[in-house]
Design a binder for this molecule. Structure first.
Ligand SMILES: *Cc1c(COP(=O)(O)O)cnc(C)c1O
Length: 329
């Protein structure tokens, strides 16, 4: 397996230098109420404050800056449930690269509009990520565009991993890290950095019960297909790819546990984050807090970090959630 050396701590430090001019260093803030509730010190890494509203700008920027002139000229194509497309569109516009984003009809309207606003050409295809992937493949084969994968590429993983380096600077002693897990680029990158500094730090991925592709793949011992379902954590939807090259093996190696949360638990965490910390997080950004709030994390003690990975949520939906008026289907 190439994965063992696919991304190193040095690659993450390189990525840090690469993205520093255009990506924010986000704050790590204590969450007093949650800390009191669970009896450990909880900190929130606020990627909600990142440009484009999620951490995905980190990986996207690192990947695009490293393209050569020929590749930049061909334009890039991304398949996205929203945040990746928005990040790629934003980073590409900064670098003067043409972007096409393919997505399924499951993507919420607010995310679609944001991608268009960032200057990308948007194509809606089918009802699942797989259909959008077919269209992207066609664009790379017939129009010679460069595919920018949302997680399964060393430059993407290293870019997301910069979060790990920032965390170590702010809080060198982390006992447990909770991160939203979908394709696994985010958790792999952070885990490589954290485990290099302290192998005893527990790294826990949190996914939704509705279609947790990495969870089932890890259980099966190989990438498997999982049916995509509607969920509040839409940014965690989609598969890991049957031809996964990097993240599956990295998650196998670096992630200690995967916890699943229900739609109700996600909604409760979103409302909680707003009430107690004044943080507006989307479903996928709230799953770590959902796991803590509902006592799903074993052995909570010491310093616990939740990566609040994104804040892109439709305001009407958000208002319903914090007012307890959201209807689960
Ligand atoms: C993409 C995304 C994740 C998961 O990242 P992966 O690298 O696919 O595991 C988590 N939270 C938010 C808000 C995201 O957009």
């Amino acid at each position: 397996m190439t994965s063992q050396l696919a991304v190193t701590l040095r690659d993450i430090y390189r990525a840090r230098r690469t993205i520093l001019p255009s990506v924010r260093v986000t704050p790590l803030v204590p969450s007093p109420d949650l800390s009191h509730r669970i009896g450990a010190s909880v900190f929130l890494k606020l990627e909600t404050l990142q440009q484009t509203g999620s951490f995905k700008i980190r990986g996207a920027t690192n990947r695009l800056v490293r393209l050569n002139a020929d590749e930049r000229g061909r334009g890039v194509v991304a398949v996205s449930t929203g945040n990746h497309g928005r990040a790629v569109a934003h980073a590409a516009r900064t670098l003067g690269i043409r972007t096409t984003v393919c997505m399924s009809s499951l993507v919420p309207q607010n995310k679609l509009a944001a991608i268009r606003d960032a200057g990308a050409d948007v194509r809606i295809v089918g009802h699942a990520q797989d259909d959008a992937e077919e269209e992207a493949k066609r664009l790379t084969q017939e129009e010679n565009m460069i595919a920018v994968h949302p997680f399964d590429h060393p430059h993407i993983i290293a870019g997301q991993g910069v979060i790990g380096v920032e965390l170590l600077e702010d809080l060198p002693d982390i006992d447990c890290l909770l991160v939203g897990l979908s394709g696994g680029g985010l958790i792999s990158g952070i885990a490589i950095a954290l485990k290099a500094a302290s192998p005893q730090t527990r790294v826990i991925g949190v996914s939704m019960e509705r279609g947790p592709a990495m969870f089932h793949s890890i259980k099966a011992g190989k990438p498997v297909l999982v049916e995509e379902q509607k969920t509040l954590a839409d940014s965690l939807g989609g598969g890991i790819g049957l031809d996964n090259r990097y993240t599956f093996a990295l998650v196998q190696q670096y992630v200690d546990d995967i916890i699943l949360v229900t739609e109700q638990q996600i909604a409760a965490a979103m409302a909680y984050l707003y009430r107690s910390d004044r943080v507006i997080a989307e479903g996928g950004g709230s799953v770590g807090v959902a796991a803590l709030l509902h006592d799903l994390v074993p052995n909570v003690r010491g310093n616990i970090v939740c990566v609040i990975s994104g804040g892109n949520i439709d305001m009407e939906q958000f208002t319903r959630i914090i007012n307890g008026k959201y209807t689960f289907d």
